[in-house]
Design a protein around this ligand. Structure first.
Ligand code: SF4
Length: 352
């Protein structure tokens, strides 16, 4: 498989093209104009365009299918050069606002949830991606191209920042080197300029890799898929917990360098009668003591073939109220994209 042109941070690209100043121009075509052909790079000499065509892939993703939900969530299914498929989800966090003359006064706000692997090794029992097993890591370029495709598709200007969450298919920390290259490429000021502060790595809790990412001190945000407060239940939900238990995750989080104004996000997937009781909320409060944390409670989104169920609104609210009353910031995530089965892996499963 040929490397993709999106694989390279600017400094690396400068070493690959001659003269090096062409790298900035190429970056501008890729990340400001979202061109899908080297031949559209008008100020690049023909000889260099021919060389780029020969050496690099510029369209590493082909769209297979996209579905839009009533709330504006769009789910994309992409095919990679080797025929495998991945999913990316565009979440509209805020609508655009117009004044009485119909002029745009606020742009819409977006978050893009991107994939880092084809399949996943973690094997969470509630996840469809896990059922297909692990196939391969994505390259940095295949991670970056997901954002470029969506920006091009939705005509989102390069200076509209948006947020990125590494929360699609795969465990991002299990593909650490491509992940850190992608974080760097996204944040290049001559490219998309999406600062690491707008990027969140969501992990199932590979504590040794949380430590490694922390040592790099990239300024990135961290989200932990905790989901349970005791190891027995967590092992049932996330088998990887056998190797990385709750205590090791919490120790890694306590060491992780987080911007003082930011919080570590703990995702808690609330499953009916499994982890939605007040005793669990109580343990969670204890576990998070001393951490600048925010808990995001997520309704389990049932899919065909699962025995797990969605909790009642009442139980969800009692859980959240308990956290808030005990000094922990808590939100209940409204299930965006529920009508397009936007849980990780579902579009891919349906298509296959
Ligand atoms: S939920 Fe995430 S970490 Fe768990 S198996 Fe699915 S993709 Fe992997």
């Amino acid at each position: 498989m040929r490397a993709t042109i999106y694989d390279y941070p600017l400094e690396e690209l400068k070493n690959l093209v001659k003269p090096p100043f062409r790298a900035k121009q190429i970056y501008s075509w890729l990340y400001h104009n979202y061109v899908s052909s080297f031949d559209d790079m008008q100020n690049i000499p023909k000889t260099l365009r021919a060389e780029l065509n020969e050496k690099y892939e510029i369209s590493p993703l082909k769209i297979v299918k996209s579905e839009e939900s009533d709330d504006g969530t769009i789910k994309y299914l992409f095919e990679l050069a080797d025929g495998h498929t991945i999913e990316t989800v565009l979440l509209k966090m805020k609508d655009e606002k117009f004044n009485e003359n119909g002029e745009l006064i606020h742009h819409a706000k977006y978050t893009v949830c991107i994939s880092t692997q084809v399949g996943c090794k973690v094997g969470c029992s509630f996840c469809l991606t896990a059922k297909g097993g692990f196939i391969r890591d994505l390259s940095a370029g295949e991670i970056v191209a997901q954002i470029v495709y969506i920006k091009r598709d939705k005509h989102i200007e390069h200076n509209r920042r948006g947020n990125i969450v590494y929360m699609g298919m795969g465990e991002p920390l299990d593909n650490l080197s491509a992940l850190t290259s992608a974080i760097k490429i996204f944040s290049e000021l001559d490219g998309l300029a999406i600062s690491p502060r707008r990027q969140t790595v969501s992990t199932s809790g590979l504590s040794s890799k949380i430590d490694k990412l922390g040592e790099m001190d990239l300024g990135i945000n961290l989200a932990i898929s905790l989901h349970a407060v005791d190891d027995t239940l967590r092992e049932e939900l996330i088998p990887m917990n056998k190797a990385y238990n709750i205590a090791s995750i919490m120790a890694a989080v306590r060491k992780f360098p987080i911007d003082k104004r930011k919080r570590v996000m703990f995702e808690y997937l609330v499953i009916d009668n499994i982890n939605d009781d007040i005793a669990s909320a109580k343990k969670l409060v204890k576990l998070l003591h001393g951490i600048n944390a925010k808990v995001n409670l997520i309704y389990f989104n049932p899919y065909e073939g699962t025995s797990y169920g969605r909790p009642s609104v009442k139980k969800m609210e009692s859980f959240s109220d308990y956290l808030i009353n005990h000094g922990i910031l808590s939100t209940i995530r409204q299930s965006k994209g529920i009508d397009i089965s936007a849980a990780c892996g579902q579009l891919r499963e349906q298509t296959q």
